[in-house]
Design a protein. Structure first.
Length: 194
């Protein structure tokens, strides 16, 4: 059963703050201490790390009804990645005492938290497994299919960051898939034909 997490928070005794961030705007920066947990009302954010060479490594994309910062809350660590808006994003910001109060006082919230963490762990485990067992071509097809179902549109740079390869490798994979007639370009997006 899907819980309306935003409604649950707003109808509780805690006082969340509504925030809007524009596309490209950073919510938080890698390494910063975090003092709040965020709940995505609408939009899409990307979580990525910056390497010493300045290269981005995309960790995950998160959207509606997902939570940000809860791992840092439990571990007491600074933020391990940047969080940047892909589309205009609306969030609820909840300070740590308010987050703890929800965990302690509302069983539905606690259950949502466990389901959310479990789903993220599963998603990242599958992604790691795919990265080890699939070719760049197969990874690209799979991600394009998943993104089209979720209404998400990646740039070539985002695909490259997500796979940890160069844009040139992504362009080569797109060309191979077009030659196999497994993929076609449709205006500004890629469409899987298989």
């Amino acid at each position: 059963m899907e819980v309306n997490i935003v409604g649950l928070i707003e109808n509780s005794s805690v006082q969340p703050i509504r925030k809007r961030i524009a596309p490209g705007e950073f919510l938080v920066v890698q390494g910063d201490p975090l003092k709040a947990v965020y709940f995505i009302i609408s939009g899409l954010v990307k979580l990525f790390r910056s390497g010493n060479d300045g290269k981005e490594m995309l960790i995950d994309l998160m959207g509606k009804n997902e939570m940000l910062g809860e791992v840092e809350f439990f571990l007491g660590d600074p933020l391990l990645c940047h969080i940047q808006s892909v589309y205009e994003t609306e969030l609820l910001e909840l300070d740590y005492p308010g987050f703890q109060a929800l965990i302690d006082g509302i069983p539905e919230f606690r259950n949502h938290l466990f389901r959310s963490l479990s789903a993220r762990f599963r998603r990242l485990s599958l992604r790691t497994s795919d990265a080890l067992s699939l070719s760049t071509d197969e990874l690209l097809l799979k991600l394009i299919r998943e993104n089209s179902r979720g209404g998400i549109h990646f740039t070539r740079k985002m695909y490259a960051d997500y796979f940890g390869v160069s844009e040139r490798s992504v362009n080569r994979a797109i060309k191979r898939l077009e030659e196999r007639e497994a993929l076609r370009r449709d205006r500004r997006s890629l469409v899987v034909l298989e």
